[in-house]
Unconditional design. Structure first.
Length: 118
């Protein structure tokens, strides 16, 4: 089992920045990759960013490229999402996810709310 806990969400004004953290515990050596997803009110959950186990390979949704940066500290079993130039449309519950194979994500955190005000 892998347990994920997100933190760092909150209320920020448009144009501001936030850093989300996702601390992993449990069978962390089995993690294949990690990612961030978000779900805005009334919308489906969408992919935001992901990175490989080593952190050498990353991928971003087109909507957040050059705005968000995903990184990981394997020594701390923590993944980060640096979010800059935030816009009201970035408001959502952000979820951290991990996968233990190259298939779908099979572990999810409880989510952290990000609200961007105008």
């Amino acid at each position: 089992q892998v347990h994920l806990v997100e933190s760092g969400g909150g209320l920020v004004q448009a144009g501001g920045s936030l850093i989300l953290s996702c601390a992993a515990s449990g069978r962390t050596p089995s993690m294949y990759g990690m990612g961030w997803f978000r779900q805005a009110l009334g919308k489906v959950r969408e992919f935001v960013a992901c990175l490989s186990r080593s952190g050498s390979s990353t991928s971003y949704a087109d909507s957040v490229k050059s705005q968000f940066t995903i990184s990981r500290d394997n020594a701390k079993n923590t993944v980060y999402l640096q979010m800059n130039s935030l816009k009201p449309e970035d408001s959502a519950v952000y979820y951290c996810a991990a996968k233990t194979s190259n298939l779908s994500y099979n572990y999810w955190g409880q989510g952290t709310q990000v609200t961007v005000s105008t």
